[in-house]
Write a protein that binds this ligand. Structure first.
Ligand SMILES: Nc1ncnc2c1ncn2[C@@H]1O[C@H](COP(=O)(O)OP(=O)(O)OP(=O)(O)O)[C@@H](O)[C@H]1O
Ligand SMILES: [Mg+2]
Ligand SMILES: [Mg+2]
Length: 503
């Protein structure tokens, strides 16, 4: 495997009225666990069902109902942890996080504050070829999602849908190692990519399947290094937490706005209050939701309904043995085995299904050529039509067939594009379609020779001129190509012309 060595990108610096400021960002990502049933009940996690149709008695907090842990959700959390190179805690425990809200029938959320299932890990976030930052993961804990309040159905009433109540979430908490808006977006994108490779979260941000709480603070240059050296947070500024972001673009806008807001406060001699804020994309600003003083007292305590969660190392090892190849490893392998550029390798490994398709096309063929065809022709066309790779009308075998015809000199690169178009609309076997549509280049030496002989016989003066001046031989090549309707292979014709003219 190729060893990718990286240098760290520079932190973003914002010039205030008085000083330069650096950004410090830490994220809490809520990722919905990909699972058929909920964390503590057998109710379905299906989205788009009739409201309140996927609700077990325990989800609705009926008296006397007890939660039963879903082993598959635990396995998914372990798999996610392994994917982030994190320590797996063989013993973890659930706590009650108490608060009152209409979409939370229990009046508490079962979460893991003190003993999360996953400990420290890391994510490599690339900011360009050879430039990447390691973002440390502090922990991943399992918790229940809440239901959904619906306020827009009736002007006078509110409704509540408990279908999402009790669905398993992983809260993935990073250290404050992210140093700018672009890095923050790249971090979320990378995490999403890893989870999708692992199959532990669908990562559909629009549906809120993956959402981020973004913690932002500012500090003077040099302060962050002191924090890094000591892990002492007092070197950093006070953080504000922007809740529930589910768009990479808005995450960047919110961070930028929030940093400038904090800089203005501090340069004005004020102090940043630690508070929870919301981003309003229409106004492009964050506003306060609640300050530290108003913060919930969650009255955390160990959930008496659940025993501590004990898992065995052998089970963790079993999960580790079934891990798929992850994005960084796949990218390095594509660059090494297929000679791809950093850019092409990123594009081809962005989604695991795309990577698999590319590998089928590239196997036993020229990797760079396969990459060009997959990225420029296939992905270009899929994008234009709004189709996913699963819906492609041209299979990997068909695309491979097109590349083989070019490699054998049977069709030209230009014709190959026409052939691709035919396969896209009509389907069929590439070689047969090329023949049927008269695309195959004449590599039949007999046919080329006959055309050339006739041409030389009809133009004795041209023959003489070309023998005296080799640069005029190209005329014959051009004429033969014309005579064969552009289907002769130019290299083959050129060679034969030289040979016949004795050049
Ligand atoms: N000075 C700071 N600047 C930016 N981010 C910070 C700073 N200090 C801490 N953070 C980040 O804030 C996040 C804190 O998340 P954590 O889940 O530990 O606690 P919380 O936000 O207090 O609790 P809750 O889960 O109830 O929101 C982490 O991602 C951490 O890296
Ligand atoms: Mg948190
Ligand atoms: Mg938080």
């Amino acid at each position: 495997m190729l060893d990718l060595t990286y240098e760290a990108p520079k932190p973003k610096v914002i010039a205030g009225a008085k000083h330069d400021w650096e950004l410090v960002i830490g994220m809490e990502i809520h990722a919905q666990v990909a699972s058929q049933s909920k964390l503590f009940s057998g109710a379905s996690t299906q989205v788009g069902s009739e409201p309140n149709s996927n609700v077990a008695f325990v989800d609705a907090a009926m008296p006397g109902m007890l939660p039963v842990i879903n082993e598959f959700c635990v396995a998914q959390a372990v798999r996610s942890g392994l994917g982030l190179k994190a320590a797996i805690n063989l013993r973890s425990a659930f706590d009650r996080k108490n608060y009152f809200y209409p979409d939370l029938p229990q009046g508490y959320q079962i979460s893991q504050l003190y003993h999360p299932i996953v400990g420290e890990g890391e994510v490599l976030v690339e900011m360009g070829p050879g430039i990447a930052r390691k973002v440390r993961i502090e922990r991943i804990h399992l918790e229940q999602d809440a239901g959904k309040s619906i306020h827009d159905m009736d002007p006078a009433m509110s409704f509540v849908d408990f279908n999402r109540t009790g669905v398993a979430l992983m809260e993935i908490v990073s250290r404050p190692d992210i140093r700018g808006p672009e890095e923050a977006a790249a971090y979320v994108a990378k995490l999403r990519q890893i989870l999708r490779y692992l199959g532990t979260c669908d990562g559909n941000m629009q549906n809120g399947n993956l959402r981020a709480d973004v913690n932002v603070s500012i500090c003077r240059p040099g302060q962050y290094e002191k924090y890094q050296a000591t892990q002492d947070f007092s070197h950093l500024g006070t953080r504000c937490e922007i809740k529930n972001m589910n768009s990479l673009r808005f995450i960047q806008q919110a961070i930028e706005y929030e940093a400038r807001r904090q800089i203005a406060i501090v340069e004005d001699g004020g102090k940043v209050d630690q508070e929870t804020r919301l981003y309003d994309p229409d106004k492009g600003e964050t506003r306060s939701m609640r300050s530290k003083e108003e913060a919930h007292d969650y009255r955390y305590f160990p959930c008496p309904d659940l025993l501590p969660l004990e898992i065995e190392q052998a089970w963790v090892d079993e999960i580790a043995a079934s891990m798929p190849e992850l994005p960084d490893a796949k990218k390095a392998r594509f660059m090494g085995d297929f000679g791809l550029t950093d850019y092409d390798a990123n594009v081809l490994t962005a989604e695991v299904a795309n990577a698999a398709f590319f590998e089928e096309v590239a196997q036993g063929r020229d990797g760079k050529q396969a990459a060009n065809w997959v990225i420029n022709e296939l992905f270009g066309r899929l994008n234009k039509e709004g189709l996913s790779i699963a819906e492609t009308p041209v299979s990997s075998a068909q695309l491979g067939g097109v590349i083989d015809l070019i490699a054998k000199g049977e069709i030209s690169g230009k014709m190959a594009k026409d052939l691709f178009e035919i396969l896209w609309t009509e389907g069929g076997e590439p070689s047969e379609q090329a023949a049927k549509h008269g695309m195959k280049q004449v590599t039949d030496l007999g046919a080329i020779e006959a055309a050339l002989d006739a041409l030389m016989a009809a133009n004795p003066d041209q023959v003489e001129k070309a023998r005296a001046n080799a640069r005029l031989a190209g005329w014959f090549t051009g004429q033969v190509l014309k005579a064969t309707g552009g289907k002769a292979n130019p290299a083959v014709v050129g060679q034969m012309v030289n040979q016949k003219l004795g050049l």
